[in-house]
Write a protein that binds this ligand. Structure first.
Ligand code: 5GP
Length: 190
């Protein structure tokens, strides 16, 4: 998606050959026009997949996932990283955080995800696919079906891309990075 790639080139900061900082437009301050256009791209791609629910993880995935859910006219359910006392019957799993390099618990209220749901996973980044696999486990626990994954920024050399493709589901990355470094910048995977 050209608009996303141009914004990444102008405003993204390559912190290392593994980490891209996008806090001025994607996961801290949010470029609303870009979010809506990404939501339209995802929704257009997955519009015939029978999606009943969009899922993501708080907080980085919420903005693009919400825009996608708005266009598809389905609810967004985001997994929480801490279990609130108000959650009666949580589905839970443990996920390893790429950016924090530690495990955390993911939970969703079981009443909000049921066996008839067809789920689209949306997230800001795909690195090693741990977030994706965590959401897959929650969807499995609910007896629901994961129908597709939409990622804003894929780092194609990390393990996540393979993990998603191995599941055999429909997959769309809006911007795919082949490699990057603070010295040379970003090389796009075409
Ligand atoms: P994964 O679970 O695929 O290993 O990593 C994806 C998650 O880690 C995303 O939800 C995102 O929050 C975070 N993440 C992965 N790579 C990057 C990165 O290069 N920059 C930022 N800001 N977050 C990342």
């Amino acid at each position: 998606m050209d608009q996303l790639k141009r914004v990444i080139e102008q405003k993204g900061k390559v912190l290392s050959d593994q980490v891209l900082k996008v806090d001025s437009f994607l996961n801290h301050q949010i470029d609303a026009d870009l979010m809506m256009n990404m939501g339209k791209e995802f929704a257009d791609h997955f519009k015939n997949s029978g999606i009943t629910k969009v899922m993501t993880i708080e907080s980085g995935g919420i903005a693009p996932a919400l825009c996608t859910a708005m266009v598809l006219d389905v609810p967004l359910l985001f997994a929480k990283k801490a279990e609130p006392s108000t959650m009666k019957h949580p589905l839970t799993t443990s996920v390893h955080s790429f950016t924090k390099n530690k495990d955390y618990k993911l939970c969703v209220e079981s009443e909000l995800l049921n066996s008839s749901d067809v789920v689209l996973f949306i997230d800001d980044f795909l690195a090693n696919g741990e977030a994706f696999k965590g959401i897959c486990r929650l969807v499995d626990q609910a007896g629901a079906r994961m129908a597709g994954a939409g990622i804003c920024i894929e780092k194609a050399w990390q393990n996540g891309r393979q993990a998603v493709l191995e599941k055999g589901m429909d997959y769309l990355a809006l911007a795919s990075i082949a490699s990057m470094s603070p010295e040379t910048g970003i090389v796009w995977r075409e």
